[in-house]
Design a protein around this ligand. Structure first.
Ligand code: PLP
Length: 358
Protein backbone atom coordinates (compact mmCIF):
# COMPACT_ATOMS: atom_id res chain seq x y z
CA UNK A 1 0.00 0.00 0.00
CA UNK A 2 1.21 3.48 -0.87
CA UNK A 3 2.52 5.77 1.86
CA UNK A 4 -0.51 8.03 1.40
CA UNK A 5 -0.62 11.30 3.37
CA UNK A 6 -3.25 13.02 1.22
CA UNK A 7 -5.66 15.34 2.99
CA UNK A 8 -8.68 13.94 1.20
CA UNK A 9 -9.97 11.88 -0.30
CA UNK A 10 -7.84 10.07 2.19
CA UNK A 11 -6.40 6.61 2.65
CA UNK A 12 -8.93 3.84 3.33
CA UNK A 13 -8.18 0.90 5.64
CA UNK A 14 -6.84 -1.96 3.49
CA UNK A 15 -8.99 -4.44 5.44
CA UNK A 16 -12.12 -2.53 4.43
CA UNK A 17 -11.22 -2.61 0.75
CA UNK A 18 -10.45 -6.32 0.97
CA UNK A 19 -13.80 -7.02 2.59
CA UNK A 20 -15.58 -4.96 -0.06
CA UNK A 21 -13.70 -6.84 -2.78
CA UNK A 22 -14.77 -10.16 -1.32
CA UNK A 23 -18.43 -9.18 -1.69
CA UNK A 24 -17.98 -7.09 -4.82
CA UNK A 25 -19.96 -9.30 -7.23
CA UNK A 26 -22.35 -10.80 -4.75
CA UNK A 27 -23.54 -8.94 -1.68
CA UNK A 28 -25.69 -10.74 0.91
CA UNK A 29 -26.25 -13.70 -1.45
CA UNK A 30 -28.21 -11.57 -3.90
CA UNK A 31 -25.98 -12.25 -6.90
CA UNK A 32 -25.72 -8.48 -7.27
CA UNK A 33 -23.14 -5.83 -6.44
CA UNK A 34 -24.13 -3.42 -3.69
CA UNK A 35 -24.67 -0.57 -6.16
CA UNK A 36 -27.05 -2.76 -8.13
CA UNK A 37 -29.39 -3.34 -5.18
CA UNK A 38 -32.63 -1.43 -5.01
CA UNK A 39 -32.36 1.12 -2.24
CA UNK A 40 -35.83 -0.13 -1.18
CA UNK A 41 -34.67 -3.76 -0.88
CA UNK A 42 -34.37 -5.38 2.52
CA UNK A 43 -30.70 -6.18 1.80
CA UNK A 44 -29.85 -2.51 1.20
CA UNK A 45 -31.99 -1.37 4.13
CA UNK A 46 -29.91 -3.63 6.35
CA UNK A 47 -26.68 -2.03 5.10
CA UNK A 48 -28.14 1.45 5.61
CA UNK A 49 -29.26 0.58 9.13
CA UNK A 50 -25.87 -0.98 9.94
CA UNK A 51 -24.17 2.27 9.00
CA UNK A 52 -26.50 4.31 11.21
CA UNK A 53 -26.19 1.89 14.12
CA UNK A 54 -22.40 1.71 13.65
CA UNK A 55 -22.16 5.48 14.05
CA UNK A 56 -24.53 5.44 17.02
CA UNK A 57 -22.45 2.83 18.79
CA UNK A 58 -18.97 4.19 18.09
CA UNK A 59 -19.86 7.78 18.92
CA UNK A 60 -22.35 6.91 21.71
CA UNK A 61 -25.00 9.01 20.00
CA UNK A 62 -27.96 9.54 22.36
CA UNK A 63 -31.45 8.59 21.19
CA UNK A 64 -32.57 12.22 20.96
CA UNK A 65 -30.23 12.75 18.01
CA UNK A 66 -30.89 11.75 14.40
CA UNK A 67 -28.15 10.40 12.12
CA UNK A 68 -28.67 11.55 8.53
CA UNK A 69 -26.94 10.78 5.23
CA UNK A 70 -26.93 13.72 2.85
CA UNK A 71 -25.16 14.36 -0.45
CA UNK A 72 -23.45 17.57 -1.53
CA UNK A 73 -20.46 17.28 0.79
CA UNK A 74 -19.72 19.32 3.87
CA UNK A 75 -19.91 22.32 1.54
CA UNK A 76 -23.67 21.94 1.08
CA UNK A 77 -24.04 22.00 4.87
CA UNK A 78 -22.49 25.48 4.80
CA UNK A 79 -25.76 26.52 3.06
CA UNK A 80 -28.27 24.14 4.66
CA UNK A 81 -27.33 25.25 8.17
CA UNK A 82 -28.31 28.92 7.71
CA UNK A 83 -31.29 27.97 5.53
CA UNK A 84 -32.72 25.75 8.24
CA UNK A 85 -31.71 27.61 11.38
CA UNK A 86 -31.60 31.33 10.57
CA UNK A 87 -34.81 33.25 11.00
CA UNK A 88 -35.69 36.90 10.88
CA UNK A 89 -33.83 38.90 13.54
CA UNK A 90 -31.47 36.06 14.37
CA UNK A 91 -27.83 35.74 13.49
CA UNK A 92 -25.50 32.86 12.67
CA UNK A 93 -22.42 33.21 14.87
CA UNK A 94 -19.15 31.92 13.41
CA UNK A 95 -15.70 31.34 14.83
CA UNK A 96 -13.11 31.71 12.08
CA UNK A 97 -10.19 29.33 12.40
CA UNK A 98 -9.29 28.76 8.77
CA UNK A 99 -10.44 28.59 5.18
CA UNK A 100 -13.29 26.15 5.80
CA UNK A 101 -14.89 28.28 8.49
CA UNK A 102 -14.47 31.31 6.22
CA UNK A 103 -16.32 29.42 3.51
CA UNK A 104 -19.08 28.38 5.92
CA UNK A 105 -19.54 32.02 6.91
CA UNK A 106 -19.53 33.21 3.31
CA UNK A 107 -22.37 30.87 2.41
CA UNK A 108 -24.37 31.90 5.48
CA UNK A 109 -23.97 35.56 4.54
CA UNK A 110 -25.91 34.82 1.36
CA UNK A 111 -28.83 33.50 3.37
CA UNK A 112 -29.22 35.79 6.37
CA UNK A 113 -27.59 37.76 9.08
CA UNK A 114 -24.28 36.55 10.47
CA UNK A 115 -21.57 37.57 12.92
CA UNK A 116 -17.93 36.42 12.89
CA UNK A 117 -17.54 36.54 16.68
CA UNK A 118 -13.93 35.39 17.01
CA UNK A 119 -11.08 34.77 14.60
CA UNK A 120 -7.43 33.77 14.60
CA UNK A 121 -6.81 35.08 11.09
CA UNK A 122 -4.45 37.75 12.42
CA UNK A 123 -1.94 35.14 13.50
CA UNK A 124 -2.21 33.22 10.22
CA UNK A 125 -4.63 30.74 11.75
CA UNK A 126 -1.93 29.19 13.92
CA UNK A 127 -4.30 29.09 16.81
CA UNK A 128 -7.86 28.65 18.08
CA UNK A 129 -9.55 31.42 20.10
CA UNK A 130 -9.62 31.06 23.88
CA UNK A 131 -13.01 29.82 25.06
CA UNK A 132 -13.25 32.95 27.25
CA UNK A 133 -13.06 35.13 24.11
CA UNK A 134 -16.08 33.52 22.52
CA UNK A 135 -19.07 35.71 23.23
CA UNK A 136 -22.14 34.97 21.21
CA UNK A 137 -24.48 37.78 20.13
CA UNK A 138 -27.80 38.24 21.86
CA UNK A 139 -29.77 37.22 18.80
CA UNK A 140 -27.55 34.23 17.93
CA UNK A 141 -29.37 31.24 16.42
CA UNK A 142 -26.33 28.99 16.64
CA UNK A 143 -22.55 28.99 17.03
CA UNK A 144 -20.56 27.37 14.21
CA UNK A 145 -17.03 26.04 14.60
CA UNK A 146 -14.65 23.95 12.49
CA UNK A 147 -13.36 21.36 14.94
CA UNK A 148 -10.24 20.51 12.93
CA UNK A 149 -8.69 22.89 10.46
CA UNK A 150 -7.51 20.63 7.69
CA UNK A 151 -5.47 23.27 5.90
CA UNK A 152 -3.76 25.01 8.84
CA UNK A 153 -3.37 21.95 11.04
CA UNK A 154 -5.08 23.21 14.19
CA UNK A 155 -7.76 21.52 16.26
CA UNK A 156 -10.14 22.36 19.05
CA UNK A 157 -9.27 20.15 22.04
CA UNK A 158 -12.13 21.49 24.17
CA UNK A 159 -15.34 23.04 22.92
CA UNK A 160 -17.40 26.05 23.98
CA UNK A 161 -20.09 24.48 26.11
CA UNK A 162 -21.46 27.34 28.20
CA UNK A 163 -23.89 28.34 25.47
CA UNK A 164 -27.58 29.09 25.40
CA UNK A 165 -27.68 28.21 21.71
CA UNK A 166 -26.81 25.09 19.73
CA UNK A 167 -23.15 24.47 18.93
CA UNK A 168 -22.70 23.28 15.34
CA UNK A 169 -19.38 21.71 14.36
CA UNK A 170 -17.89 20.88 11.00
CA UNK A 171 -16.00 17.71 11.97
CA UNK A 172 -15.13 16.71 8.42
CA UNK A 173 -11.49 16.11 9.22
CA UNK A 174 -11.59 14.76 12.76
CA UNK A 175 -14.83 12.87 13.26
CA UNK A 176 -14.16 9.39 14.64
CA UNK A 177 -10.58 10.29 15.51
CA UNK A 178 -11.27 10.59 19.25
CA UNK A 179 -14.00 10.30 21.83
CA UNK A 180 -16.42 13.22 22.01
CA UNK A 181 -19.50 14.02 24.05
CA UNK A 182 -22.28 14.40 21.49
CA UNK A 183 -24.44 16.16 24.09
CA UNK A 184 -22.18 19.21 23.79
CA UNK A 185 -23.41 19.75 20.23
CA UNK A 186 -26.65 20.68 18.55
CA UNK A 187 -25.34 19.33 15.28
CA UNK A 188 -22.19 17.75 13.90
CA UNK A 189 -21.53 17.24 10.21
CA UNK A 190 -18.74 15.64 8.24
CA UNK A 191 -18.00 14.82 4.63
CA UNK A 192 -17.02 11.15 4.71
CA UNK A 193 -13.84 11.24 2.68
CA UNK A 194 -11.31 11.54 5.51
CA UNK A 195 -12.11 9.25 8.44
CA UNK A 196 -15.45 7.77 7.41
CA UNK A 197 -15.12 6.34 3.92
CA UNK A 198 -15.31 7.49 0.32
CA UNK A 199 -16.69 10.85 -0.78
CA UNK A 200 -20.35 11.02 -1.76
CA UNK A 201 -21.98 10.86 1.64
CA UNK A 202 -22.06 13.49 4.36
CA UNK A 203 -22.96 12.42 7.88
CA UNK A 204 -25.15 14.78 9.90
CA UNK A 205 -25.79 14.11 13.59
CA UNK A 206 -28.50 16.47 14.73
CA UNK A 207 -30.55 16.96 17.89
CA UNK A 208 -34.19 16.20 17.20
CA UNK A 209 -35.29 19.55 18.62
CA UNK A 210 -33.43 21.33 15.83
CA UNK A 211 -35.29 19.60 13.05
CA UNK A 212 -37.98 22.04 12.11
CA UNK A 213 -41.19 20.59 10.67
CA UNK A 214 -42.10 24.07 9.63
CA UNK A 215 -39.81 25.14 6.79
CA UNK A 216 -41.66 24.10 3.68
CA UNK A 217 -40.59 27.29 1.97
CA UNK A 218 -37.21 25.57 1.48
CA UNK A 219 -36.57 23.13 -1.37
CA UNK A 220 -37.44 19.64 -0.16
CA UNK A 221 -33.88 18.35 -0.49
CA UNK A 222 -32.53 21.22 1.61
CA UNK A 223 -34.71 20.58 4.67
CA UNK A 224 -33.29 18.37 7.41
CA UNK A 225 -36.76 17.02 8.09
CA UNK A 226 -36.84 15.38 4.64
CA UNK A 227 -33.94 13.18 5.69
CA UNK A 228 -35.07 12.68 9.27
CA UNK A 229 -38.66 11.74 8.37
CA UNK A 230 -37.53 9.26 5.71
CA UNK A 231 -34.47 7.62 7.31
CA UNK A 232 -32.36 9.39 4.65
CA UNK A 233 -34.20 7.36 2.00
CA UNK A 234 -36.40 10.10 0.54
CA UNK A 235 -34.53 9.73 -2.73
CA UNK A 236 -31.75 7.40 -3.86
CA UNK A 237 -28.93 7.65 -1.34
CA UNK A 238 -25.26 7.07 -2.30
CA UNK A 239 -25.59 3.36 -1.61
CA UNK A 240 -22.03 2.32 -2.39
CA UNK A 241 -20.55 5.09 -0.22
CA UNK A 242 -22.88 4.18 2.66
CA UNK A 243 -21.94 0.50 2.34
CA UNK A 244 -18.24 1.36 2.51
CA UNK A 245 -18.94 3.67 5.45
CA UNK A 246 -20.59 0.74 7.25
CA UNK A 247 -17.44 -1.34 6.68
CA UNK A 248 -15.20 1.46 7.97
CA UNK A 249 -17.34 1.60 11.11
CA UNK A 250 -17.03 -2.16 11.61
CA UNK A 251 -13.26 -1.80 11.16
CA UNK A 252 -13.11 0.98 13.76
CA UNK A 253 -15.07 -1.19 16.18
CA UNK A 254 -12.69 -4.10 15.57
CA UNK A 255 -9.74 -1.79 16.26
CA UNK A 256 -11.14 -1.30 19.76
CA UNK A 257 -13.45 1.68 19.24
CA UNK A 258 -12.69 5.34 19.63
CA UNK A 259 -10.63 5.02 22.79
CA UNK A 260 -8.13 2.77 21.01
CA UNK A 261 -8.23 4.85 17.83
CA UNK A 262 -7.58 8.03 19.79
CA UNK A 263 -4.52 6.44 21.37
CA UNK A 264 -3.22 5.32 17.95
CA UNK A 265 -3.74 8.80 16.57
CA UNK A 266 -1.85 10.35 19.48
CA UNK A 267 1.08 7.99 18.88
CA UNK A 268 1.12 8.76 15.17
CA UNK A 269 1.00 12.53 15.68
CA UNK A 270 3.76 12.32 18.29
CA UNK A 271 6.20 10.74 15.80
CA UNK A 272 5.87 13.73 13.51
CA UNK A 273 5.66 16.49 16.09
CA UNK A 274 8.73 15.05 17.83
CA UNK A 275 10.58 15.06 14.49
CA UNK A 276 9.67 18.75 14.16
CA UNK A 277 10.41 19.74 17.76
CA UNK A 278 13.72 17.88 17.93
CA UNK A 279 15.02 19.35 14.66
CA UNK A 280 16.62 22.49 16.20
CA UNK A 281 14.48 24.74 14.01
CA UNK A 282 15.13 22.86 10.76
CA UNK A 283 11.40 22.07 10.61
CA UNK A 284 8.94 24.67 11.88
CA UNK A 285 5.46 23.58 12.93
CA UNK A 286 2.73 25.95 11.75
CA UNK A 287 0.28 25.51 14.63
CA UNK A 288 0.76 26.71 18.19
CA UNK A 289 1.72 23.66 20.21
CA UNK A 290 -1.40 23.56 22.36
CA UNK A 291 -3.61 23.80 19.26
CA UNK A 292 -1.92 21.18 17.14
CA UNK A 293 -4.06 18.87 15.08
CA UNK A 294 -3.81 15.13 15.57
CA UNK A 295 -4.97 14.70 11.96
CA UNK A 296 -3.10 17.22 9.80
CA UNK A 297 0.50 18.00 10.71
CA UNK A 298 1.54 21.24 8.99
CA UNK A 299 5.11 22.49 8.84
CA UNK A 300 7.66 24.41 6.85
CA UNK A 301 11.39 24.08 6.43
CA UNK A 302 13.23 27.10 7.82
CA UNK A 303 15.23 27.16 4.59
CA UNK A 304 12.69 27.72 1.81
CA UNK A 305 14.99 26.31 -0.86
CA UNK A 306 15.37 23.09 1.05
CA UNK A 307 11.59 22.82 1.34
CA UNK A 308 11.16 22.16 -2.38
CA UNK A 309 13.99 19.62 -2.22
CA UNK A 310 12.39 17.96 0.82
CA UNK A 311 9.06 17.60 -0.95
CA UNK A 312 10.73 16.23 -4.07
CA UNK A 313 12.90 13.78 -2.11
CA UNK A 314 9.91 12.64 -0.06
CA UNK A 315 7.94 12.07 -3.24
CA UNK A 316 10.86 10.14 -4.77
CA UNK A 317 10.96 8.00 -1.61
CA UNK A 318 7.27 7.12 -2.09
CA UNK A 319 5.61 9.51 0.39
CA UNK A 320 2.47 10.80 -1.32
CA UNK A 321 0.51 13.97 -0.68
CA UNK A 322 2.92 15.94 1.52
CA UNK A 323 2.53 19.26 -0.25
CA UNK A 324 0.67 21.83 1.84
CA UNK A 325 -2.73 23.02 0.62
CA UNK A 326 -2.41 25.10 -2.55
CA UNK A 327 -3.59 28.18 -0.63
CA UNK A 328 -0.73 28.21 1.93
CA UNK A 329 2.05 25.98 0.61
CA UNK A 330 4.59 24.37 2.94
CA UNK A 331 4.22 20.75 3.97
CA UNK A 332 1.32 18.81 5.42
CA UNK A 333 1.06 15.21 6.50
CA UNK A 334 -2.52 14.07 6.92
CA UNK A 335 -2.60 11.10 9.25
CA UNK A 336 -6.25 10.10 9.39
CA UNK A 337 -7.42 6.89 11.08
CA UNK A 338 -6.61 4.66 8.12
CA UNK A 339 -2.95 5.72 7.83
CA UNK A 340 -1.00 2.88 9.46
CA UNK A 341 1.27 3.73 12.36
CA UNK A 342 4.33 2.30 10.60
CA UNK A 343 3.77 4.61 7.61
CA UNK A 344 3.89 7.60 9.94
CA UNK A 345 6.95 6.20 11.70
CA UNK A 346 8.67 5.86 8.31
CA UNK A 347 7.88 9.47 7.49
CA UNK A 348 9.31 10.66 10.82
CA UNK A 349 12.48 8.67 10.11
CA UNK A 350 12.64 10.16 6.63
CA UNK A 351 12.35 13.69 8.06
CA UNK A 352 15.17 13.00 10.49
CA UNK A 353 17.47 11.53 7.87
CA UNK A 354 16.72 14.36 5.40
CA UNK A 355 17.77 16.83 8.07
CA UNK A 356 20.94 14.87 8.90
CA UNK A 357 21.97 14.76 5.26
CA UNK A 358 21.27 18.41 4.55
N1 PLP B 1 -14.76 21.26 5.97
C1 PLP B 1 -13.54 20.78 6.23
C2 PLP B 1 -12.98 20.92 7.61
C3 PLP B 1 -12.80 20.16 5.22
O1 PLP B 1 -11.58 19.68 5.49
C4 PLP B 1 -13.37 20.03 3.93
C5 PLP B 1 -12.63 19.37 2.83
O2 PLP B 1 -11.45 19.10 2.89
C6 PLP B 1 -14.64 20.57 3.70
C7 PLP B 1 -15.31 21.16 4.74
C8 PLP B 1 -15.29 20.47 2.36
O3 PLP B 1 -15.84 19.22 2.25
P1 PLP B 1 -16.59 18.71 0.94
O4 PLP B 1 -15.53 18.56 -0.12
O5 PLP B 1 -17.19 17.40 1.39
O6 PLP B 1 -17.62 19.71 0.57
Amino acid sequence: RALNFNAGPAAMPAEVLQKAEKHWLNIADTGMAVMELSHRSKEYEQIHENAIQGLRKLLSIPSDYEVLFIQGGASLQFSMIPMNFLHENTSGNYVLTGSWSEKALKEAQKIGSTAPIASTKENSYRSIPQLSDINTTENAAYLHITSNNTIYGTQWHTYPTQLHIPLIADMSSDILSKQIDINQFGMIYAGAQKNLGPSGVTVVIIHKDLISQDNDHLPTMLQYKTYANNSSLYNTPPTLAIYLLSLVLEWAEEKGGLQAIEKMNENKAKYLYDAIDESDGFYLGHAEKSRRSMMNVTFNLADKEKEALFLQSASDAGFIGLNGHRSIGGCRASIYNAVPEDHVYKLAQFMKSFKRNS
